[in-house]
Design a protein around this ligand. Structure first.
Ligand SMILES: NC(=O)c1ccc[n+]([C@@H]2O[C@H](COP(=O)([O-])OP(=O)(O)OC[C@H]3O[C@@H](n4cnc5c(N)ncnc54)[C@H](OP(=O)(O)O)[C@@H]3O)[C@@H](O)[C@H]2O)c1
Length: 235
């Protein structure tokens, strides 16, 4: 654990070892104590050590028992911010997609989000906190190859719409929908499209997605960013 004060609001960020989640951890880490989520202990520890106040939250989100244990180990009874950034993405035509791939992607992109939210909801309610999901443009649109990924992100939007309604007045719920972001995930997707000339500068910087998270949490208490789309200028 690295810490400079015990009095900061607390944010749990999944997928904070890399990519968008890491940028969110660095941004919120300026004034929050951060629980850095990930599976890779070395990468998680490197993020923890770079932040003023942070600790590791290591769990494979596909393992419900590990996720429960990691949450119980925090001992937290109040949680100000829960950001769901961990996610999987690959393209596959329906004709080529085995049931195991549907299950794997829904497990991380949807079921783990639902379960971690359920576990943390009493602490979020106690803090009158907020839940932020990193959804996608694919949460609004589906096309050839995108049945799995868009399927999970449409389901995630259904989840956030319902949760927002249920917790209105207690916990704020924000769904952020980035277009292409310059991360490992985008590198792998472009490779799978056969794009040999990856140019990260064409895409949204992870730090820009982090700025939208900060915008949502800094809204005055009477207002809520329900959904926010951020797109590259020249996709
Ligand atoms: N990149 C884009 O273009 C883009 C666009 C729109 C939306 N999004 C969404 O943004 C979110 C973050 O994407 P990204 O681009 O930052 O992805 P990324 O660079 O691939 O990073 C994925 C993160 O998720 C974590 N993760 C993966 N599987 C996990 C598991 N089973 N248990 C726990 N953690 C796991 C990884 O942790 P470890 O490395 O420690 O395992 C890593 O921190 C995703 O939900 C994605 O769908 C991305």
């Amino acid at each position: 654990m690295s810490t400079d004060t015990a009095a900061k609001p607390v944010a749990l960020i999944t997928g904070a070892s890399r990519g968008i989640g890491r940028a969110i951890a660095e941004n919120l880490g300026r004034d929050h104590h951060i629980l850095v989520g990930g599976t890779n202990a070395e990468r998680v520890q490197a993020v923890v050590e770079a932040l003023p106040s942070a600790e590791a939250f290591i769990a494979d989100l596909g393992d419900a028992e590990a996720m429960k244990q990691a949450w119980e180990q925090t001992g937290l009874t109040r949680l100000d911010v829960l950001v769901h950034s961990a996610g999987l993405a690959w393209m596959r035509d329906v004709a080529e997609a085995p049931l195991s791939e549907w299950r794997q992607m829904f497990e991380i992109n949807v079921f783990a989000v639902a379960e971690l939210t359920r576990l943390t909801l009493p602490a979020l309610r106690a803090a009158r906190g907020e839940v932020i999901t990193i959804n996608s443009g694919s949460g609004y649109r589906s096309r050839g190859g995108s049945a799995l990924y868009s399927g999970t992100k449409f389901a995630l939007r259904a989840f956030t719409d319902a949760l927002r309604d249920e917790e209105r007045g207690t916990v704020r719920v924000t769904s952020i929908h980035p277009g292409q972001v310059d991360t490992d995930m985008q590198v792998a997707l472009q490779e799978s499209y056969g794009n040999a000339n990856y140019d990260g500068g064409r895409y949204i910087a992870p730090e820009s997605v982090a700025d939208t998270v900060r915008l949502a949490i800094e809204m005055p208490a009477a207002s809520m960013v329900e959904e926010l789309a951020i797109r590259p200028v020249n996709p």
